[in-house]
Design a protein around this ligand. Structure first.
Ligand code: NAD
Length: 283
């Protein structure tokens, strides 16, 4: 079986490679090298954010790769301090100038911050709609939105988000938010897909990995893609970057899929903040 990354259709007619490379917590000085390595291995989708402070180095690596801009899918996200429309417009321009690109493939609201900005993420979303209309964001979406937040956008805005990027891994399967996405044509992107490494020693994961002759990380990433979600594991280790890319040349059977889904711990399995409460605004 060839290891080919599928392109999945978004609700706006664009497509996204189902596997990408995440750059959260990669130091700016290490980013261009890690992204360059990922592009060499075959990744064609990079997930960055204003908050990560490494957009410039992502852009540098894409240019240095020799690939055409159109061959690499680039996502960035609006930082938490810039939800007011005029701030969002300025921040979006700074993303494009840091990347040295004239468009991003996908731009997201990073967190809903329902306890900030008088609970108004709708005017922020309408500002992202402008970026899509003027072509500088090919697709737009949200991140860390809970079902009530998505329902509010459905009631008050014009564009349905193309994706919702949320925490999902075997200890937090996040079914309710995923199901809402499934019913409303919003693709789920699973962040921290291997729970930053925490799930890799789990006896069930280790057992499934032994059965299929793959590594625990490959098994968990394969579980995500068989569920239809988009993933972008992060690593700065060349061997792991390569390992995480090789997940399309084997399959998990229903029993293995169910055993992994059965590891869900609900809210207790969350490794990041709860989006209903998270209110962090970087200095
Ligand atoms: P992850 O689940 O991808 O885990 C990354 C860590 O796991 C690495 O630092 C490394 O220590 C380890 N690892 C990676 N590959 C491995 C392998 N093959 N074997 C053993 N260990 C391995 O965690 P993440 O970086 O938090 O999430 C991935 C991406 O998701 C981020 O880089 C970012 O792009 C995105 N993200 C988004 C949000 C959000 O709020 N939208 C939050 C967190 C992460």
């Amino acid at each position: 079986m060839a290891n080919t990354v599928p392109d999945i259709s978004l609700n706006d007619g664009n497509t996204i490679p189902q596997l990408g490379f995440g750059v959260y917590q990669i130091e700016p000085r290490d980013t261009a090298e890690a992204v360059g390595r990922a592009l060499e291995i075959g990744y064609r989708h990079i997930d960055t954010a204003q908050m990560y402070g490494n957009e410039a180095e992502v852009g540098e690596a894409v240019r240095a790769s020799g690939l055409d801009r159109g061959e690499v899918f680039v996502t960035s996200k609006l930082n938490n301090g810039f939800h007011r429309p005029e701030d969002a417009r300025r921040a979006f321009e700074s993303t494009l100038s840091a990347l040295k690109m004239d468009y991003v493939d996908l731009f997201l609201i990073h967190w809903p911050l329902p306890t900030r900005y008088d609970g108004d993420f709708v005017s922020t979303w309408k500002t992202l709609e402008e970026f899509q209309r003027d072509g500088r964001a090919r697709s737009i979406g949200v991140s860390n939105f809970q079902v009530p937040h998505l329902e509010r956008l459905a009631a008050e805005a014009d564009v349905v988000p193309a994706v919702n990027q949320i925490e999902v891994h075997p200890y937090l399967t996040n079914e309710q938010v995923r199901a809402y996405g499934g019913e409303h044509n919003i693709l789920t992107e699973a962040w921290s897909p291997i729970a930053q490494g925490r799930v890799l020693d789990d006896p069930t994961i280790v057992d499934v990995a032994e059965q299929v002759g793959r590594t625990p990380a490959q098994v968990v990433l394969r579980w995500h893609v068989q569920r239809g979600d988009i993933v972008f594991p992060k690593s700065t280790t060349p061997k792991r970057i390569e390992e995480n890319f090789r997940i399309f040349d084997f399959t998990l059977d229903d029993t293995a899929m169910e055993r992994i889904s059965g590891l869900d711990r609900g809210e207790a399995g969350r490794t990041g903040p709860n989006p209903d409460e998270f209110d962090y605004i970087p200095a």
